[in-house]
Design a protein around this ligand. Structure first.
Ligand code: CU
Length: 181
């Protein structure tokens, strides 16, 4: 009998202590939840703003490049378009624009055995033109300047051309030369 009573007393003495603990725990959870929620909300607005900024930047870049390609023929006068691929008597002449970070055109198709003449004009900064598999490496082309590199497309396949200046290749200044039979 005595033991039972003691147990009851013990159980009762524990209970009142537990309640405030629970209340505190719930309070802490609520505080943490509010903090997490607030942080998540802040992050979401932050990232969506960043995305909006990035989109705007992209649009600005596109607008600039469009403006450039629109004004270039007027400045150069002679050619109807700044970039072109013309094949004549087994010679493919590519008038190519290089900029940050692109080649225009970025796809060229020639026949095996063709002589390829790439006339590179830099729109900004310095760029060059390389195809490792065909051992093609142009000189550095400074802004506004033009440089020509010639080679024979003597292998069938799909080859990447790229700019080796700085991080330009990583930033997407690449293209594809297709050499067909
Ligand atoms: Cu470059």
């Amino acid at each position: 009998m005595m033991e039972e009573n003691e147990e009851v007393v013990e159980a009762q003495s524990v209970e009142p202590e537990k309640k405030p603990n629970n209340m505190m725990a719930i309070g802490a959870i609520v505080v943490v939840a509010i903090a997490v929620l607030g942080y998540a909300l802040l992050n979401r607005t932050g990232s969506s703003e960043e995305q909006r900024e990035a989109t705007q930047e992209n649009q600005t870049v596109q607008d600039n490049s469009m403006a450039d390609s629109n004004t270039t023929p007027a400045v150069e006068g002679a050619s109807s378009s700044a970039t072109s691929v013309v094949t004549e008597n087994g010679v493919t002449t590519v008038s190519m624009e290089a900029g940050s970070f692109y080649f225009k055109p970025n796809k060229i198709t020639v026949k095996k055995g063709d002589k390829v003449k790439v006339v590179i004009t830099s729109k900004d900064m310095m760029h060059n033109f390389n195809i490792d598999e065909l051992k093609v490496k142009s000189a550095l082309v400074k802004v506004g300047e033009t440089s020509t590199v010639e080679f024979i497309a003597d292998k069938v396949g799909s080859f990447e051309f790229y700019c080796s200046v700085g991080q330009h290749r990583k930033n997407g200044q690449v293209g594809t030369l297709m050499v067909t039979e």
